[in-house]
Design a protein around this ligand. Sequence first.
Ligand SMILES: C[S@@+](CC[C@H](N)C(=O)[O-])C[C@H]1O[C@@H](n2cnc3c(N)ncnc32)[C@H](O)[C@@H]1O
Length: 194
Amino acid sequence: MPQGIRLPKEQRNDGDFYPTPYWVLQSLLDQWSPPLGPVLEPAAGSGNLLRVLRRQYPDVELHAVELMSEHADILKLSSDHLWIHDFLTWAPPENVEYGAIITNPPFSLAQYFVEKALTVPHRAVAMLLPLNFLASRKRYAFWQTHPCTTIAVLSERPSFNGAGTAAQDYAWFIWDDSTDSLAQHIIHLRRRSN
Ligand SMILES: C[S@@+](CC[C@H](N)C(=O)[O-])C[C@H]1O[C@@H](n2cnc3c(N)ncnc32)[C@H](O)[C@@H]1O
């Protein structure tokens, strides 16, 4: 099986729970609109991405999957449908095509999450991943078979725990039906000043 990316154990939280700061998704939505349709957050955590989506698109149906039941109560408030389940073995509802599947996946399962998301009916998949997800010998075959269409680079490193910025640079990697060359879609994102 292909390998995802894995932080040293001492740098990881239980379950790889790193809530994404709101500005990280907002900066993407300032420049990229998910295609119409319900949105799936497949590793929803405590719902940070769902709250940004709800604020930006109040009428869009939000579906959430999360492994850890401790997040269920808060996720019920920020989603329309919730599954406490392993996304990698989760079966999507019948007759639903997601406009977008958007998440910051658990680091150790990142590649599996991308591969699984691409099997769920969707128009776009957007994953927050370290920039170096583009590299490494072990992901060469993955990139040959799953080329993405846009890379939206964060110009600022996020802080996932409120105490200092991440040790790596991040980008939103997007898979959709664009046919333009990827180079035209490497865009740089800036945090809003307000
Ligand atoms: C990096 S955190 C991000 C949380 C949220 N997406 C956000 O951006 O704030 C990853 C989340 O994935 C959840 N998770 C880990 N393995 C999972 C799996 N197999 N299926 C679904 N969720 C999983 C963790 O419990 C954690 O809440």
